[in-house]
Structures are given as structure tokens and as C-alpha cells.
Design a protein around this ligand. Structure first.
Ligand SMILES: Cc1ncc(COP(=O)(O)O)c(C=O)c1O
Length: 768
């Protein structure tokens, strides 16, 4: 103890009480300076020659209480202390961790120093590239307090050895970097592999939640007390102030670590128990009239999974206040997604939802792929994110066009890039039109033949050739009239008992030919069809030989065949191009959705030499501002490269076969499951009221919506693509299962289990 030390003036006769309080407060974690302070006070009293009895008393307190407190802590520690707070407090003094005694000139110390320094750099790099939400990195923020502490110590006038302090500072940072690295690795593994479902979800079990709060509450009180101590006792004593601040900050770090650890433990236990569900979690510290620590938790015990929202309930979800969206249904509430990674979407309520339909069959490589994000970033940084496609060339645009053309073995060797599926369909219609116009400006070929139960887009042209009554109804009268329809190829509903595939195909071909002749053979310019029907029919694949027969008729009447693979293309069916399975090459192929996999809106039409070779204008007379956007091309290139490098189409084929078999094995016998069809990761399940007659449910029930709502509920956390009008454009229900391409067999089992349970719940309610 320094003789020169300035002593605090005695405080108005309350010294005894102050010190007693202080000793009591510090019994958790005796700060280094308590003893020092007590001695100071005692010597102060002695110097002043007054209150001798009191001083003796203080000495006694000091000798007995303080030292025995410490001894008790140490010995208790050795023989497993009973008092949990003592255990916690014995760890609170992180300074032991930071202030490792070191002799910098010892070789071993230097080696340790370099290892730690390298780990520190590795931690920083790891943090930069790992793309984990930094708010999870409590350990990173913990670097700041000791840094601040070093600063405070250097600022201290009477700091003994500046050099020693610097070395200690470096050690502090290195130690913390090591901790950060370990925690970062844990966070990464936890969020990606171990509990990727729960890391963001952060569910709690009530008891753990309470214990977390008790701990947090106790630590918070300790911090508040420390602040009072600092202000009250030490404001004139910089050195003690420094130590106090340091202790306070250390406590904060420990608090953060404890919180984080308990979050993860709770989540893990919840997963194991699997019977308590967090409906809503809110933790607030409110400062109103007085400081008030408030917490609120609504845990709902679920015996039975939540039932579907009935249509009549929907009005209670009316969007109000700040919701100005015209993109959503006005009176339905939608979960807000705040994060997405891989196959999961995470809501603002902390739920992780397995996206078993990749959005609208878009997110083929899942969400948050860092390689795609990086590629996009680099492209944007180059400043060439947008270039007017009719004025400039861009390397990535050219590369994407070439790679798409190559994927058809050059059979479709010109590529037009645009922004959405509907844009691409418009382009295909116009191109077909220009193909005939450029050959003969007087041509009458203006008709397109499409199929019943088809969907090719929502812009006026694309909607005109989509037989989708619910989407067309309001626009009747302004849709194109130069469209003819033939029936779709839906064996479940159309193939007669005992009818062979050949006869069935012949019937379809006959119908098509009759339609051409009805419209006028010189008037039809194109036939458009989805090789595997998507949204309108629910993954119906044409029977073998169907497209060959249709294409033969197209050739007979010089009609172009346009294949719309916006939904089923680019690997979704287990074939990179679905038409390859049908044995015919389209004249124009339309791609969208999975091309940019949702990372950027991008679509394309691929054109055969037969078509573009006839363009006497030497260009396609079309163009939108956002056609062939370079960043879109970069993204699409990367996405398709990832699909290729990871052999994802092979996975779609293999796991898709498994998914189909499992769906059929587990669902076929259900009395309300009419048909299960599809391939790869493109499966449709059609529901019926009567399995024998194939009678659909009343459309007012909104069966597919109910099923998807129920699957989306917190018990199941899974989403599918609902479809209605499957039978006649109005009646009929199906769901589409179209998970991301990296879906595993375990995921497939999970998907089937969820469907099975959900349809049990929904149909039990409906059939009541
Ligand atoms: C087969 C098909 N064609 C066209 C479209 C329209 O694409 P977009 O919504 O990108 O305009 C869709 C969209 O669902 C589709 O499934």
C-alpha cells in the first residue's frame, strides 16, 4: 500500500455501515481492492486517532469476514461448493484469464504468443467469411472491454510498467481471440449442422427460461451495484476506478457467455423433449416510472398439433396498420421471414420452417448460398451490374448464354435473357409470331394452341394462353382471343379403364389435329405445353409417346412447339431439361424460376436454329429494359455451376425416386389421397372426397390451403405449394412438393411424415 496514496475523506459517521455493506456485497466475488480499501479506511481512522474501537472492529471484520470469505470460497471450491452463486462468482473474475504471467523472452512464451496471434488472425478471417450473424458473437464484443481496460491502464499516470501492460494487452486480445474462435466454430457448427433448426429458433423450456432470468437478474444487480460502487467510492481514485470498470466489464462478458450457453442448452433440451412449444417470446427491460425488469413468456403445451385455420377465421387476421402490401391477400396474416439458410426459412417469431417447395419451385440450391452472394457482390462492385442489353456486351451474359446453349448440345443455340417467366413466355409468343412474319408479312399464323389446366404466366399475353379460370376471370375481354385449347395429358383423370397408353396418346393426337383444322391449318403458329405440368395440375407428367405424337403433328402442319419448363426445368425433374425425357426437341424452350434460383430475377428462352435462322430482320424485335441484366447472368451462371459441381441433379434423381416411393407407400392408402404423381423433386398429391369416383372436395373448403396452413403451423414448420382447380379449373385440390436440390433421404422421410400427419388432422376435421 502506498504511503502517498490519497485517502478518501471519512464519510459522515457511516463508515462502519458502508464497509459492512461493501463486504456483504463483495462476498460473491471479492474484488482485489476491497482489502486495500478496508486498510485504507482503517489507516484513515487510525491517522485521525478517533474511533479506535471501531477500527479494531474493522480489523476484525477484515481478518475474519473477508479472509474467511475467501478461504471458504477456495476450500468450498475444492470440495464441490454447495452454493451455486459461489461457483458462479469464482468464475466471474475473468482477470485471471486475461492476466497470464508471462516472460516475453522465454522461448516457450514466444511460441505461445505466435500461436495465439495466428489464432487471432484466423478468428478474424473466420468471422469475416463465415457469414454468421454478428449479433450472435458475444465473444467478439468481449474483446472490447479488455481493450478499453488496456487503454485505461495506459492512461493511468502511475502505471508501473508500460511495456508489461502492452504485453498483457496483447495476451488479453489473443486469449479472447482464442475464445472467439472456439465460439465462432461452435456457432457455425451449431447453426449449420448440430441444431440448425434451433439456433435461430431459440426455443425455451419454461424452467430453463426462469433459471436464465434469475441468473441474468442476479448478474444485472451485481453490475448495478458495481456502478454505484464506482460512482460512490472511487470517482477520485483513477486506479481503483480502472479496476472497478474492468471488473464491471468482465461481469458483462460473463453475463453474455452465460446467456448464450443457456440459450443453446435450452434449445437442445427442447428438441429432445419435443413436447413444449414456444408460441411467443418477449424479454424486455422497461424503464418507465421506475426501473423495472420485465419478462414475458407464453409457452403453450401442445397435446395435439394445431389444427388448420378455418376460412371463417381468416377475417380475424386482417392486416392492419402498417401493412400496405398489395402483394398479399388483404385479410390473411403471413409469417414474416427474417432470415433464410439452406432449406430453412426463419420467421421473426424464431421459427425455422422447412421449405419443401423451394418457394414457388424456385430456390433450387436453397437460401443464403455464400458463393452466389459473393459472385453477385463482385459483379456489382465492378460497376457492370446493369448494362443496356441492346448497346453493350457483358462477359457473364455471353457465358450464361453459351452455357445454356451447350446444355442442349447446341440443339437450341441462341438464348434470349429476360427477367421473369411471364416475360419469357411473352418473348416466346412474339418470337413465334415474328418467325412467320419474317417469312411472310401477310401470314395468317397468329393462333396459339395451349392446353387445359395450364399456366404460362400472368401478363396479358401469357395469361391468354393459360387455361387457369381463377386467374383469368377478371380479365376476360382483354385477353387475346387467338388461342385454342386442347385437353391436358392427365392419365389419372382421363385414361379410361383398360385403355392402353398408345390408344390414349392416339386420342390426344387426334384431338390436337382436329383443333388445328378447326382453327385453320394456315392460322396456327405454335403449340405450347409444359413437359411436366406444374401449378395448374400438380406435377402431371405426360404418358410416354405423348410429346412425340404432338411434335409430329406440329411438324406436319409447320407449327412451332414451345416447351414451357419454367417450373419443371433445370434439374427439378431429375433431368437437367425435362424435354430430354420426352424424346422430342422443342423449337423454343422457356426457362425461369430455378435459373437464378431466386437470387436474382432471371429467365430465358432458348431458340433452335430453325427459328432464329428465319428472322429476316436479323434480330428479335423485342426488348425490355431489364432484359439480360449482367448481375442476373452472373447469378444464374453461379447457380448452374453449383448445380453441376455438386452433381445436384443426380441427387434430385436419386432422392426424388426415394421420395416418390415413400410418398406412394405411406399415402396411397389414405381415403382422401386420389393420386400421387411426378418425378425428381417435383411431386404432386391430389386429394379427393371419394377415392372411387374421384370426386373432388367442395372448392369452398379450400382443402389444399388448409393442408398447407396446417403444415406451416408451429408444430410442423414445413411448407408446400398449394393448388386448386385441379379437376376443372375450379374444383380439385393438390399440393406440390418441390424441395431444394440438396434435400436428403432423411428430409424426404420427414416430409412424408409431415404430410401424413397433416392430412390426418385436416381430413379428420373436414370429415367430422
Ligand atoms: C410453367 C410456368 N410458366 C410460367 C410461369 C410464370 O413465371 P413468372 O411467375 O416468373 O412470371 C410460371 C410460374 O409459376 C410457371 O409455373
Amino acid at each position: 500500500m502506498s504511503k502517498n496514496r490519497k485517502l478518501l475523506p471519512p464519510r459522515s459517521g457511516t463508515l462502519e455501515r458502508e464497509i459492512l455493506i461493501k463486504l456483504a456485497l463483495n462476498s460473491w466475488s471479492p474484488p482485489r481492492n476491497t482489502q486495500f480499501l478496508v486498510y485504507n479506511r482503517i489507516s484513515l481512522n487510525l491517522e485521525q486517532g478517533s474511533k479506535k474501537n471501531f477500527s479494531t472492529k474493522i480489523k476484525k471484520i477484515n481478518n475474519n469476514n473477508l479472509t474467511s470469505n475467501r478461504k471458504a470460497l477456495n476450500s468450498n471450491n475444492k470440495k464441490k461448493v454447495k452454493n451455486i452463486f459461489q461457483i458462479i462468482s469464482s468464475y466471474l473474475d475473468i482477470s485471471k484469464l486475461y492476466f497470464i504471467p508471462i516472460n516475453i523472452f522465454e522461448k516457450s512464451s514466444l511460441i505461445i504468443f505466435f500461436i495465439l496471434a495466428i489464432l487471432f488472425i484466423a478468428a478474424v478471417i473466420f468471422i469475416l467469411i463465415s457469414n454468421v450473424d454478428l449479433s450472435n458473437y458475444y465473444s467478439i464484443w468481449s474483446i472490447l472491454p479488455p481493450l478499453f481496460m488496456v487503454y485505461l491502464r495506459m492512461w493511468e499516470k502511475n502505471a508501473r510498467e508500460f511495456k508489461e501492460l502492452c504485453i498483457k494487452g496483447i495476451y488479453m486480445i489473443s486469449n479472447l481471440a482464442l475464445l472467439s474462435l472456439i465460439l465462432a466454430l461452435f456457432v457455425y457448427l451449431a447453426s449449420n449442422y448440430l441444431f440448425y433448426d434451433i439456433w435461430v429458433q431459440l426455443p425455451f423450456i419454461k424452467s430453463f427460461y426462469i433459471s436464465k432470468n434469475i441468473l441474468g437478474f442476479c448478474l444485472s444487480i451485481k453490475i448495478v451495484i458495481s456502478i454505484i460502487e464506482i460512482i460512490y467510492y472511487h470517482w477520485k481514485e483513477p486506479k481503483i476506478l480502472c479496476n472497478k470498470l474492468y471488473k464491471l466489464l468482465s461481469s458483462l462478458i460473463v453475463l453474455a457467455f452465460f446467456y448464450q450457453a443457456i440459450y443453446v442448452i435450452c434449445g437442445a433440451i427442447l428438441i429432445i423433449c419435443d413436447d413444449i412449444e414456444l408460441m411467443e417470446f418477449k424479454l424486455e427491460i422497461k424503464l418507465k416510472n421506475s426501473s423495472k425488469y420485465q419478462s414475458e413468456l407464453k409457452v403453450k403445451s401442445i397435446d395435439k398439433p394445431a389444427g388448420p385455420a378455418r376460412p371463417e377465421d381468416l377475417s380475424s387476421h386482417a392486416s392492419q396498420g402498417d401493412d400496405k402490401s398489395l402483394n398479399h391477400h388483404f385479410y390473411k396474416d403471413y409469417p414474416k421471414i427474417v432470415k433464410a439458410k439452406g432449406k430453412y426459412l426463419y420467421t421473426d417469431k424464431g421459427r425455422g420452417i422447412f421449405d419443401a417447395c423451394s418457394g414457388a419451385a424456385v430456390a433450387s440450391i436453397g437460401y443464403g448460398n455464400q458463393d452466389v452472394i459473393d459472385a453477385m457482390h463482385i459483379k456489382n462492385m465492378s460497376g457492370t451490374h446493369y448494362l443496356a442489353s441492346s448497346f453493350w456486351k457483358d462477359n457473364d451474359v455471353l457465358k450464361l448464354q453459351k452455357s445454356l446453349a451447350d446444355s442442349t448440345d447446341g440443339l437450341l443455340d441462341k438464348v434470349y435473357l429476360t427477367g421473369s417467366g411471364s416475360d419469357a413466355t411473352e418473348a416466346a409468343i412474339k418470337l413465334a409470331c415474328q418467325y412467320y412474319y419474317d417469312q411472310d408479312s401477310e401470314t395468317q399464323r397468329k393462333y396459339i394452341i395451349s392446353r387445359d389446366h395450364s399456366y404460362h404466366g400472368n401478363t396479358l399475353g401469357a395469361l391468354s394462353i393459360s387455361e387457369f379460370p381463377s386467374r383469368q376471370a377478371p380479365y376476360k375481354g382483354i385477353l387475346m382471343s387467338n388461342v385454342g385449347y386442347v385437353s391436358s395429358c392427365n392419365p389419372y383423370r382421363q385414361q379410361l379403364d383398360g385403355e392402353s397408353v398408345e390408344d390414349f396418346v392416339a386420342k390426344k393426337a387426334d384431338e390436337f389435329e382436329k383443333k388445328i383444322l378447326e382453327i385453320g391449318r394456315e392460322k396456327v403458329m405454335a403449340f405450347i405445353a409444359e413437359p411436366v405440368s406444374g401449378a395448374a395440375l400438380g406435377c402431371v407428367k405426360a404418358v410416354p409417346g405423348y410429346f412425340k405424337a404432338m411434335k409430329n403433328i406440329c411438324e406436319k402442319y409447320d407449327i412451332l412447339f414451345i416447351a414451357d419448363e419454367i417450373m419443371c426445368g433445370l434439374g427439378r425433374t431429375g433431368n437437367y431439361h425435362a424435354w430430354k425425357d420426352s424424346g422430342v426437341v422443342p423449337d423454343i424452350l422457356i426457362l425461369g424460376k430455378g435459373l437464378g434460383a431466386g437470387y436474382f430475377p432471371v429467365a430465358a428462352i432458348l431458340v433452335s436454329p430453325k427459328v432464329w435462322g428465319e428472322l429476316k430482320s436479323e434480330q428479335f424485335i423485342h426488348g425490355l429494359t431489364f432484359d439480360a441484366v449482367p448481375t442476373g447472368a452472373t447469378v444464374a451462371l453461379k447457380v448452374q455451376q453449383i448445380i453441376k459441381d455438386k452433381d445436384l441433379v443426380a441427387n434430385v434423381k436419386k432422392v426424388g425416386d426415394y421420395l416418390g416411393k415413400t410418398l406412394k407407400a405411406k399415402l396411397s392408402n389414405h381415403k382422401n389421397v386420389g393420386d400421387i404423381r411426378g418425378e425428381g423433386f417435383f411431386w404432386g398429391v391430389e386429394f379427393v372426397e371419394d377415392k372411387i369416383t374421384k370426386k373432388p372436395f367442395d372448392s369452398k373448403l379450400g382443402v389444399s390451403r388448409l393442408i398447407v396452413d396446417c403444415a406451416k403451423s408451429p408444430k410442423f414448420n414445413m411448407t408446400f405449394y398449394p393448388g386448386s382447380g385441379t379437376v376443372d379449373g375450379v374444383n380439385g385440390d393438390h399440393i406440390i412438393i418441390a424441395p431444394p436440390f440438396m434435400t436428403t433421404e432423411e428430409d424426404a422421410d420427414h416430409i412424408v411424415e409431415v404430410i401424413l400427419t397433416v392430412i390426418e388432422i385436416v381430413f379428420n376435421e373436414i370429415n367430422k
